[in-house]
Ligand binder design. Sequence first.
Ligand code: NA7
Length: 546
Amino acid sequence: MPDTLLVAERPAEDQVAQYDAIVIGAGISGMFMLYRLRELGLITRVFEAGTDIGGTWYWNRYPGARFDSESWTYGYSFSEELLQEWDWKEHFSPQPDTLDYLNLVADKFDLRRDMQFGSTVQAAHWDDAAGQWTVTLESGEQARARFLFTAVGILSAHTLPAIPGRESFRGPAYHPARWPHDPVDFTGKRVGIIGTGATAIQAIPEIAKQAKHLTVFQRRPNWAAPLHNSRIGKEEMTAITTRDDEIYARCRDTPSWFIHKADPRKTLDVAPEEREAFWEKLYAEPGFGIWMGNFRDILLDEKANAAITEFIAGKIRQRVNDPKIADKLIPKDHGFGTRRVPLESGYFEAYNRDNVLLVDLNETPIERITPDGIETSDKEYEFDILVYATGFDGVTGAFDRIDIRGPGGVRLRDVWADGPRTYLGWMPEGFPNLLMVLGPHTARGNIPRAVEHGVECLSGLLEFMQAHNYTRVETRPERVAEWTETVIKASEPLLSSKVDSWQTGVNRNVEGRSVRRVLGYNGNGVHYRRKCEEIANGGYREFAFR
Ligand code: NA7
């Protein structure tokens, strides 16, 4: 193998550690990127802020945390041995099991030996003369590498509510993405939770079971549908494992890389009784079928969307005893599926409990957090524990928190101020040798499927560079313009692009995050896969090499 990419063995002129590649993040993306970089012979260092591997599954330890992808579509597919070795315990794996799985992967492939934990990357500056990145950690430690890979996830920059008085609260206050490693004991406690997104929708039923009293502060309700999780027996798991190839092939062949595929019919072409029966069936089935396996136009056509929205609203009315509370839980400002649909286990029934209270912040906004709890325009609520389930600065947030500077000191944050500019989501415009796993403007959906695809694409690009003795890769401006337009155009027909959410880049707790941006390729993942393949097969002519 040509060794032009290898600079690690060069004697260091100073004390700065030298690698071929640096990867930021040891979650699902960083772990697999490291595995592939090692295969390519690159001496690699992974810097991770947490004290161990796992990313999302390391940080998000809150009660009820689990994924909404079928477990058996979630694991890595690159190693047959690994597939045979691991048994999922539940159809939708809870966080502790998922972290166990990732630990198995890290152990099996001895990943930790190239990882450095407790190492938050503060800055990454390109040195044009040396053709290298210099990375600075919060500790001041520095390292250099020819290639810098970001594997920072799309939801890792958590955000606290911008509410005055937050520091004054006397009791413990937790964000779910910084949950303590020892479980929080809610027994006998008065708990207040702010937020009703996917995280809160998982946590609320679990906290309600334990706490003396739980008060939910809701600014905007979200549509949610039942997860219908269940355990997987040994025999069932064996049967699933025999179908691995078929399952992963199916995921490759659906728009969002889940197993669910839209029904080719249009909603209003189907007779109302048949429609209703189809929706009843989807609502009773596990997973995202109700969202992704629904009629093909529910996320595109206002009338189709209004019909499914009314169906789901009816379900909420059936499940919540008090019609006034049911009404508050029904979103009025967006239709079903136009924000990420949280899947729930007993969420709506939690509001039928005597120890759960819903406070509608549209009627009585929060004025401040006090030493004893939360004060709304109406009254002060006293709590022992607060939970800020207030979400993330999605997709670009984790990039913004690092001072990334390219040639001439140009800052990535500034280049992306009005929205990301990338080629295929693989590389930002104008930042040589900066490669992104799951970067903005890639196709997403079922995250590990997108991660594996992304890592394979970037590894393919590096292999090509090795074969041609190239040491530097950059985007071409005309290609970036073309891809950015493709991404924006792909979003236009979607009803979701007209709704504020982390997916459209809106987070009212962060300054400058009030204008919608397109953050992902929302076209068909199958088309994206094809496009990436064509570029690889054509010899990566869309990139500029030296
Ligand atoms: P989300 O889905 O962004 O939800 C955050 C929630 O917090 C949402 O209900 C917000 O209301 C609410 N929020 C945020 N700030 C405030 C303030 N200051 N006051 C009151 N309410 C507030 O984040 P999640 O963590 O639940 O889920 C993120 C993703 O993780 C999810 O989509 C999955 O893909 C996994 P708002 O809607 O902004 O009115």
